[in-house]
Design a protein. Sequence first.
Length: 272
Amino acid sequence: MMWKLSFSHLSTWVALVASLGLGCIFVLSLYVVDPGLPRDHPTTIRRRIAAILCTCLAAPGYLWLWSDGAASGGTPLLDVLGIRWVGLLQAFGYPLLLVAVLYAGPIVQHVTSDEPWYANERKDIIVRNYLVAPFAEEFVFRGCMVPLLLPSLGVTCTMVFCPLFFGLAHVHHLVEWAKRGETSLVTACINILFQLCYTSIYGMFSAFVLLRTGHLVSAIVTHAFCNMMGFPDFGGVRTHSRPALVGVSYVMGLAGFFLLLTPLTEPSLYSQ
């Protein structure tokens, strides 16, 4: 029998504490199995992938603990997580098109460059960065966390607070940089602050997409695409062989993104 969950009884503070606890479990799982090796060492990657997937399996149970068991109604678990068949094809294609438009500048920049688009990465790093990380982070920080926050915080505040937990979850990289001693503490803090801002802004977009489409897969595919593209190389525009073309592509991509943001996430497209 499918679980039916309800979080309408949670106060704002309880919902925030529950979300914070979920984020802490996600991060701590990375270190419970930490072999003390560099982040990209094959053993570290294998153990952390296993730990994160176990966290994803346990996350629905965590939601059940916070759910109102006495509630007469409730929403089926899969619907709570944003996992459904209706509108699945649109949920995969339209949001992906949206972020592709946003990245029009970087795409043109790479295509018209003589440099190789992608470095030769190991298969385990590819699996971690482009498959496991997008799935696990969206499943936990959007699929599981948004339902906890939404009843008490509402749509707007959920889109603000949920990404903050997502951004804070990346602060643990400071520990790894400090352990390796590759950068100074000041540089590491600056990098973390930048990453916190960047991931929080992206998290707002991802939460927006999930709430509009009702599909977790929309958040996952856009996350994977953004991971593949990386942060835009704005500094490389001026040194590019065709700076005008690339610059216009950046501007047009950003303008197109905001023009298409609402139409391509219109809930009726996804039977939402």
